[in-house]
Design a protein around this ligand. Structure first.
Ligand code: CA
Length: 232
């Protein structure tokens, strides 16, 4: 069994039971924490592969739990939040969470998020982020020459489109917030640039996903941000 070892942090018993029953049924190993303090301590002692973290915890705020864990660990964190906590979700992603699930979620959604995370982990362990060439489906980025190819045909990108694509590629599998992307691409004063981001993203996607049968590389998270998907 080489499946992931997961730390489940959830104070709500029915939700926790749904998660642990699902994990058990799919041969995942897991540990449980019922508050923020336990979550931080268990992360240090167990060193899990993935953390499923409810944002509404009885003791410490979920975002603070992420900040504490991120001070020493890069373990992928999938946050679980209620629909009314959209801002918390964005704060959690900005604090270093990788992905999110919104309550109520289905078993299939949970398993899908774990598969995305598993691929991301495999990439991180394979050192794929350090290579000079990025390959994903039909897309190839040669960081050294700054050239991008789709099906071996060179793509003509503007400097900002190239910057956006590289940022997404270097974080494949991770949801990046509007704030994170605009700050990375344009620096400060990001709030004025969310509109520009939408425009640049639309033109980039048009170039990247032009044939109707081409795979979808960039996923939109409405009100939150974007994610580069790893194509199978
Ligand atoms: Ca809760």
């Amino acid at each position: 069994m080489n499946k992931l070892q997961i730390l489940v942090v959830e104070d709500d018993t029915p939700v926790r039971n749904l998660i642990t029953t699902t994990l058990k049924a799919h041969d995942y190993r897991f540990f449980v924490a019922v508050n923020g303090k336990e979550a931080v301590m268990s992360t240090a002692s167990i060193n899990p592969d993935v953390i499923l973290l409810d944002l509404g915890l009885p003791d410490i705020d979920g975002v603070e739990v992420i900040q504490r864990i991120r001070s020493w660990s890069t373990t992928p964190i999938i946050v679980i939040s209620a629909r009314s906590e959209d801002n918390d979700k964005i704060d959690a992603l900005d604090a270093g969470a990788d992905d999110y699930l919104t309550k109520p979620f289905s078993v299939d959604e949970l398993l899908a998020r774990l598969r995305v995370t598993q691929r991301r982990l495999a990439q991180m362990q394979g050192g794929a982020n350090q290579t000079a060439i990025y390959i994903n489906g039909h897309l190839r980025i040669d960081y050294v020459s700054g050239c991008v190819y789709l099906d071996d045909e060179e793509m003509h990108l503007t400097p900002i489109e190239y910057k956006l694509l590289c940022l997404l590629a270097q974080n494949t599998g991770k949801v990046l917030t509007h704030k994170f992307i605009t700050q990375s691409v344009w620096g400060s004063s990001w709030e004025n640039n969310v509109g520009s981001l939408r425009v640049f993203m639309a033109t980039l996607r048009k170039k990247l996903e032009k044939p109707s049968d081409s795979p979808q590389y960039i996923q939109t998270h409405i009100g939150i941000g974007y994610r580069m998907l790893k194509i199978e």
